[in-house]
Design a protein. Structure first.
Length: 182
């Protein structure tokens, strides 16, 4: 996995790219939850579920179908004021889908572990992106505070935080320009 903090940072950056409006706290909280929730599958290790299984690590909870189901659940339960299938509804559903799916995409850029089963349950192939600059984050937090931990953080800041900040800042600038010259 990429680190939990990086998944949350990604959710915030995507949120800032998605909208310049003041959003309710639940929007940000749910975005962060969607970004980290796929890693709930690590609990399976304690119950004898193997890495390569359907519900193993980087399995179903990292798939696009899971992202779709989770985004629909979030929008229909937490954003009831958005009429179903309205423009706002599609926008929110698309946003929460993107945030959840971003988790698998970032994991697919890490250098260790199995790939991501993006297309479960239809295809169990584990995929990596062709470009994998991120060091996989250790599962034990104690190992995170070490030389290797520092290298992981530096890599994530360079390859994920910096580009996402640039994207969010560009969206902000674009909106500002659009407002000043309608
Ligand atoms: Zn993960």
């Amino acid at each position: 996995m990429a680190s939990g903090l990086t998944h949350i940072f990604t959710a915030v950056a995507l949120g800032k790219t998605y909208t310049g409006e003041k959003m309710p706290p639940r929007f940000w909280v749910l975005a962060a939850v969607c970004a980290v929730l796929p890693d709930l599958d690590v609990l399976g290790f304690h119950y004898g579920i193997k890495y390569a299984d359907l519900f193993g690590h980087r399995g179903f909870t990292h798939s696009l179908l899971f992202a779709l189901l989770l985004s629909l659940a979030v929008v229909t339960t937490a954003f009831r004021m958005a009429p179903a299938l309205s423009k706002t509804w599609w926008g929110l559903a698309g946003f929460f889908f993107t945030v959840t799916a971003s988790h698998g995409v970032l994991d697919a850029m890490t250098d260790k572990g199995y790939g991501i089963a993006f297309f479960l349950p239809f295809d169990s192939t584990r995929y990596f992106l062709p470009w994998r600059p991120i060091y996989a984050s250790p599962m034990r937090i104690s190992r995170f505070f070490s030389q290797a931990g520092l290298e992981i953080v530096a890599g994530e800041v360079l390859w994920i935080w910096a580009p996402l900040t640039l994207v969010a800042a560009s969206a902000w600038l674009y909106r500002r320009k659009k407002r000043s010259c309608p």
